[in-house]
Structures are given as C-alpha cells and as structure tokens.
Design a protein around this ligand. Structure first.
Ligand code: ATP
Ligand code: GMP
Length: 434
C-alpha cells in the first residue's frame, strides 16, 4: 500500500511519525493485506465527437446513458466508423474505472466482480479491456460468459456534454454465485454503481449486487455507491433514497445527480440532504470543484486554518480539518463540510472530462483503505483510539480527490496510466523540505 502522501498544504498525515511506543519495536508486525472490491458491467468505451443531430436521430437523450438494442448498436457503430468519428477505444465502466484508478494510486490490489468472455480473440473488446486494466486489479473472480462484453458509445457533443449509448452484450450476466463472500467481507470497501440496478431480461447482475451488499453489511464493510446519471435517479428518487438509507455508507454523485436525488440544485445543500441518508458524501461539481459532507464526533472536531467560506450554509467549512466518522461511531455527531476549487484552476487544456468523478472517488477510497491498512498494521496508533472512516481530514481528502480529477481531465482516457507525481512541480522546493 502506497500512502496518498503529502499534498499541497500542510496536513497531519503522520506517514513518517510512527506512534512513539511502537517505534521502539524493531520487529514490525506481519503486513496485513488491504484491498477494495467493486462490481461492474464490463464495458469498453468507444469515444466519438458527434453533432446533436446524430443524438436526435438515434433517440439518445443528451447527457443520459441509454441502453440500445443490437440493431441500433450496429447502425451507430457503422456510421461512426464510416465517418471516421471514433477517436479512442478504452476500457470503461464507472466501477471498472474506479477500481483501476484505486490500484494505480495505491499501487495495491483491488478485486473486480463482473463477467468476461470465455473466448477472447486478440484485438477484441474483451482483449482490450484486459489490456487496459491495471495488473493490480484482481480479475480472477470474473464470471466467464458466452458472448461479448458490453460497449459504451461515449458520444461527446460540441459543448463537452457526454451521452452514453450502451450495447450491453453479456455485461449484465453476472450471477450471485460469483460473488465471493470471503473476498467481500475481507475488503476495506465494496463499490457499486446505480447502473447495476437496471438489469432486465432475466439478467441477474442486480441480484449479484444485492448479495454483495448483504455480505458487506454483515461484516460492516462500508458500501460505496456512485450514482451514474441523473436520469436514472429522476425516475424514482424516493426508491433511491430508501435504497441509500438502507444500504449505503458513502455516496458519490455529481451536482445533477444530487439535484435529482434531493431536489437541491446547490451542491452543498444537496450534500447536506444526502447526508441524512448515509455517512459520507462526495459531490463533484465540474468547474466549481468538489464538496464533501460527513460526520465527526463533536469532541474531536478540528477547526480549519483556511478561509471560512460563504455558501448556502455560512462558514460551512469551519471543521474541515476533522476526520470523517460513521455517524453511529459518534456519541455527539456533528455535520462537517468541505469544499475545494479545481486544482490549479483546472488543466490548461481539458482533454476529456469522462471519468473525472470516478477519479475523485478513487482518491477517497485510497484514503479510506489507507486507514484500514494503518489500523491493521499499527493497531496501537493513537489515530485509531476512536474509529475513523478515513485516514485524513475532510480537507485533505478533498485536495487529493481534486488532484486526481485534474489528472484525469488532462489525459484522454478515464483511467489513469500512472500514479500522481511524488512531488508536485507547482510547489516550491521549500515545501518538501519541511
Ligand atoms: N471544467 C472544469 N474545470 C476545472 N475542473 C474541472 C472541470 N470539470 C471537472 N473538473 C474537476 O473534476 C472533478 C469531477 O468532475 P465532474 O463533476 O464533471 O465529474 P462527473 O460528472 O462525476 O464525471 P464522470 O461521471 O465522468 O466521472 C470536479 O470536482 C473538478 O475538480
Ligand atoms: N457500469 C456502467 N458504466 C457506465 C454506464 N454508462 C456509462 N458508464 C461509464 O461511465 C464512465 C464515466 O463515469 C465511462 O467510462 C462509462 O464507461 C452503464 O450503464 N454502466
């Protein structure tokens, strides 16, 4: 496990400052392995820049992720290829992206549940998926299926908006028997997407996800849900609210999905409302940056040294130096909020916004898994006297998530090809010498 490390301003990450008592021990305890698990629809993204006219012709609502039948997929693919509109083909899937990015950042293991074609030809989509996935993502638990994996036409409009058209292939064929109970229960977190809840035609991926949730809850493994697209949530916000309340520990969403869920267009108010349903919320808001909302114990709250920010909740970031906790782990829970503007104002040239939110979530998961790792390997640390959900403060996790999102924006693929630089070029030497 590589630790998230030092970021742009001072923080209390005691990477080098081991607990003074434990430091006396020359013999380190045996390393305890840490990993996260995720379930996804195995998908390859086929990216193309298109005009709105094409979206209308194929009846694809702008910004949505729509399932399309084989006939439409064939016509769309032929049209994109004939007109040489396909710019890139990458492994995708919102959870596949997230666990891949986690493994790149942590330089550590994650386990992906999903399907994979039984027969794979060199150059096929299944082949590409495997080639574009980090070797630290454990693919040994994938369910073999007859037929191709899914294709996600990622259609980018002039204005930068992305519209997904999904040709599902066998991506929803995952069955509950392929969810390994021990693996789920031994993980630091289980990561799911709202898309898993829309299986149809007898496909069982929804049941597989529910089974995994049952296992995770039994072992108190945090369940993390990312909302996918506002269209899915808008269909039945009350159903999603009770689903989240019953099952989810950490919720990740963008501001549109937040509005669909809570009715609040303001991302801070949406985060606050979502916090009534779960323990921790990460809300990305495009060029506005990102917000976190969560709980901490009143007696452990830590006041920020940053400027207090105005917003729908005045001075909402006052306790952003606190560490997130499960609400149930607090005697007197208080709500804590944090915000950060895009790292360095955003990259000079945004190559692709696809996956920036997935990247931000991967950073949060890295911090969370670092906490499990630290707790297991340095159990006597004062840090773990009271159970925290993350290793770092709200403020620090925001910085990290924001930095990772920036990296995704500055490259073409939604998946990181390498970790973050150990030292940021933008920071003066003196910062690193402290
Ligand atoms: N135009 C932009 N300028 C600067 N930063 C941006 C911009 N768009 C996104 N970001 C950064 O990327 C983060 C995530 O972006 P966004 O809110 O678009 O995610 P998303 O819609 O969930 O993405 P996806 O679903 O593709 O993963 C933001 O919180 C911000 O830090
Ligand atoms: N699992 C899953 N991912 C999707 C779906 N639609 C779009 N995405 C992914 O969302 C990612 C961006 O967050 C892209 O890389 C897409 O592959 C879907 O229906 N299911």
């Amino acid at each position: 496990m590589k630790f998230p490390g030092q970021r742009k301003s001072k923080h209390y990450f005691p990477v080098k400052n081991r607990d003074p008592l434990l430091a006396q021990m020359t013999q380190q305890p045996q390393r305890f392995p840490t990993y996260i698990t995720g379930i996804d629809q195995t998908l390859v993204d086929i990216e193309a820049k298109v005009g709105d006219e094409l979206l209308e012709r194929y009846a694809l609502p702008k910004g949505n992720s729509t399932l399309i039948d084989d006939e439409k997929a064939h016509a769309l693919y032929s049209e994109l290829k004939t007109n040489k509109l396909v710019s890139d083909e990458f492994a995708g899937g919102t959870i596949g992206n997230t666990v891949h990015n986690y493994s790149i950042l942590a330089d550590d293991r994650s386990v992906l549940f999903g399907v994979m074609s039984n027969n794979i030809e060199v150059g096929s989509y299944a082949y590409r998926y495997l080639c574009n996935t980090s070797s630290k993502v454990d693919l040994n638990y994938l369910q073999p299926v007859d037929g191709p994996i899914g294709r996600c036409f990622t259609l980018i409009s002039e204005c930068g908006e992305r519209t997904f058209a999904i040709s599902k292939g066998a991506m929803d064929k995952l069955t509950p028997e392929y969810i390994d109970k021990d693996i789920v229960q031994g993980a630091s977190a289980l990561i799911l997407t709202a898309y898993l809840m829309r299986a149809s035609d007898g496909d069982q991926i929804t049941d597989a996800a529910l089974k995994a949730i049952e296992y995770a809850k039994e072992a108190e493994v945090p369940v993390v849900l990312t909302l996918g697209t506002r269209f899915l949530i808008e269909e039945d916000p009350s159903w999603w609210k009770s689903f989240i309340k019953d099952n989810v520990t950490i919720l990740a969403m963008n501001e549109d999905e937040g509005e669909a869920l809570t009715g609040f267009s303001d991302p801070l108010l949406a985060s606050e409302a979502a916090l009534e349903l779960c323990d921790l919320v990460l809300t990305t808001a495009g060029p506005l940056g990102l917000y976190m909302a969560g709980y901490t114990e009143d007696s452990e709250k830590r006041e920020t040294s940053h400027t207090l920010l105005p917003g729908m909740i005045p001075e909402f970031n006052r306790y952003e130096f606190s560490r997130p906790k499960l609400k149930a782990a607090c005697d007197t829970p208080i709500k804590v909020y944090a915000h950060i503007s895009p790292y360095m104002g955003g990259p000079e040239k945004i190559r692709n916004t696809n996956g920036a939110g997935d990247g931000a979530l991967a950073a949060l998961l890295h911090d969370l898994a670092s906490n499990t790792f630290h707790k297991a390997n340095v159990p006597g640390s004062s840090k773990h006297k009271r159970d925290g959900l993350c290793y770092s403060s709200f403020s620090q996790v925001c910085k990290y998530a924001n930095r990772v999102a920036y990296e995704v924006l500055a490259q073409h693929s939604p998946r990181l090809s390498r970790g973050l630089p150990e030292r940021e070029d933008s920071l003066e030497e003196a910062y690193w010498e402290r």
